[in-house]
Design a protein around this ligand. Structure first.
Ligand code: MG
Ligand code: MG
Length: 260
């Protein structure tokens, strides 16, 4: 069952998702060599609470922390801990915000210090593939058109597209129907229509696409231990068109200010 949202519900979703992006921007002020992922989790937790939201992932299926922080070869679902970020790391921070009965969900991969040029390119292409997918998320198209666009772009650079984890419908629940894979065939899958809200979230690897889970039951890594990137937007289809509800520009701006 795909729940279509009213214009009013989409505005509430926008508020939750803008708050997620503002939380990323808050983290961007502090993220640097030496900060621990647990310290980042605390910044996010306080910022969400101070803005009237509950962290969307806290206790979700028993997840122990407020945000998922995935470093280098960790693809998703990394548990914040006392690891201190090092020069050359990449860090995917996946944040959920639950406010006014609606979920926000967005992920951004940060670069710490001097990151290898090959890895920076992986981040750039992963982000591009997200927007290629979103371009296809318009009324009348199908879910498969999104995945096809993501996959085509990422694989044209020789990267791996993780298949076991997918994007999803989102709204009153964090994960709703339909699933939004990052691979697929054009013209297949559920039809897209005005009022649909989905999270599009390519998880792209520098090496092979295969993954494995740590004994903690959460952490998902690349099987070959090569780095992985993850960018995610929550979007709605408004008047037939893609309407991105989260916002990377405020994160990018904050990172630029840091460099001055
Ligand atoms: Mg997410
Ligand atoms: Mg998601």
């Amino acid at each position: 069952m795909i729940y279509l949202k009213t214009a009013e519900e989409i505005e509430l979703m926008r508020e939750s998702n803008q708050l997620v992006s503002k939380t990323h921007a808050e983290i961007a002020k502090y993220i640097e060599v030496g900060i621990s992922t647990l310290e980042i989790d605390r910044i996010a937790h306080e910022f969400l609470n101070d803005h009237g939201a509950v962290p969307g992932f806290l206790n979700y299926n028993g997840f122990p922390n407020s945000v998922c922080i995935s470093v280098n070869d960790v693809v998703v679902h990394g548990i914040p801990n006392d690891y201190r970020l090092q020069d050359g790391d990449i860090v995917s921070i996946d944040i959920g915000a639950y406010k006014n009965g609606m979920h926000g969900d967005s992920c951004y991969t940060f670069e710490i210090g001097n990151v290898d040029e090959n890895v920076r390119k992986l981040l750039r292409v992963t982000r591009e593939s997200l927007y290629k997918g979103i371009e296809k998320a318009i009324a009348g198209n199908r879910i498969g058109d999104i995945g096809h666009a993501v996959q085509k772009h990422a694989e044209s650079f020789g990267y791996g597209v993780v298949r076991e984890l997918v994007g999803h419908g989102i709204g009153r629940d964090l994960h709703e129907s339909p699933e939004v894979p990052n691979y697929g065939r054009q013209g297949t899958g559920p039809k897209l229509d005005t009022g649909m809200c989905i999270a599009v979230e390519p998880m792209i690897t520098l090496g092979k696409r295969f993954i494995k889970q740590d004994d903690d039951g959460w952490t998902i890594r690349t099987a070959d231990h090569k780095p992985a990137a993850h960018f995610e937007h929550t979007m709605a289809i408004t008047n037939g068109k893609a309407d991105i509800l989260s916002d990377f520009s405020i994160i990018d701006e904050t990172l630029k200010l840091n460099q001055k």
